[in-house]
Design a protein around this ligand. Structure first.
Ligand code: SF4
Ligand code: SF4
Length: 266
């Protein structure tokens, strides 16, 4: 009898405590609980669920809440496709504006074509390598090829090319911009995809200095600028740039560039 009492008493005490805490929690939830707008749930089912944070909010749930509060617009989620953005706009009673498709682009063609100024044997990180005299490339603008951008892309859209410079798969890229933030050499930009050509260089050193350290850098010879019939190419501060909004994909700049630093996408 004493034995049974020894077992039943603590079990009953635990059950009583559980009941008290349960009632207390239910009461606290009723008083302090936050009502979740059903629209937030609906929006969550329309968002990609990648929680990449490119919208600047705490994942897709944070973005859905911001949409309902009017603190974000459907185009703020760069990962969503056009159809999803249209449905979100409809649900929120907003007008839908089609977004120009963009793609992350890396502006360096160095890699194995560019000289090293020393042999780097540190940890495999571009950020870490930059701490040692700006990195091991003789070109101070050059890609270090250690793949911080590859590791950071949440969609697996970037691979390291055989020549030691990253390659972005435009079909997979969502323009989330994570690579732009990851690159310590500022070699990425998200640009409209409609223009097929871009200058794969970021060096603003004088042409002779660039040619000395890299076989495929912009040497500011102006041939591309002169060859472009629509004025989309301009050489400024020793670096050629193609305006993707003016580019008509004629490709004359690509044909005349002596260092083959103007490349065709895809
Ligand atoms: S593009 Fe930037 S982050 Fe990517 S490998 Fe080159 S230096 Fe590193
Ligand atoms: S033709 Fe090539 S090397 Fe010459 S300025 Fe244009 S991009 Fe630079």
């Amino acid at each position: 009898m004493v034995m049974i009492a020894k077992i039943i008493t603590p079990v009953a005490a635990m059950a009583a405590l559980g009941l008290i805490f349960g009632v207390g929690l239910a009461y606290a939830l009723k008083i302090f609980g936050i009502e979740i707008d059903p629209k937030v749930f609906k929006l969550l089912s329309m968002l990609p669920g990648s929680n990449c944070g490119a919208c600047g909010k705490a994942g897709c749930a944070g973005f859905a809440e911001a949409l309902v509060k009017g603190e974000a617009i459907p185009a703020g989620c760069v990962v969503s496709n056009e159809e999803a953005r249209r449905s979100i706009a409809e649900l929120l009673g907003l007008s839908h504006e089609e977004k120009t498709r963009t793609v992350a682009t890396v502006f360096c063609n160095g890699g194995s074509r560019a000289n090293d100024k020393y042999t780097y044997r540190g940890i495999k990180s571009c950020k870490a390598a930059t701490l040692l005299f700006g990195g091991h490339k003789a070109c101070s603008f050059g890609c270090l090829g250690l793949g911080d951008c590859v590791d950071e892309c949440p969609f697996g859209a970037i691979k390291m090319g055989v020549d030691g410079v990253p390659v972005v798969d435009a079909k997979i890229c969502t323009s989330c911009g994570k690579c732009v933030k990851a690159c310590p050499k500022n070699l990425y930009a998200v640009i409209p995809e409609a223009c097929n050509y871009y200058v794969k260089c970021s060096s603003t050193d004088a042409g002779a200095a660039t040619a000395k350290v890299c076989k495929s850098g912009c040497i500011a010879c102006l041939r591309c600028e002169k060859a472009c019939p629509v004025g989309a190419v301009k050489v400024e501060s020793n670096l050629s740039k193609i305006d993707p909004l003016k580019c008509k994909n004629i490709g004359k700049c690509f044909e005349v560039c002596p260092t083959k630093v103007i490349v065709k996408r895809g």
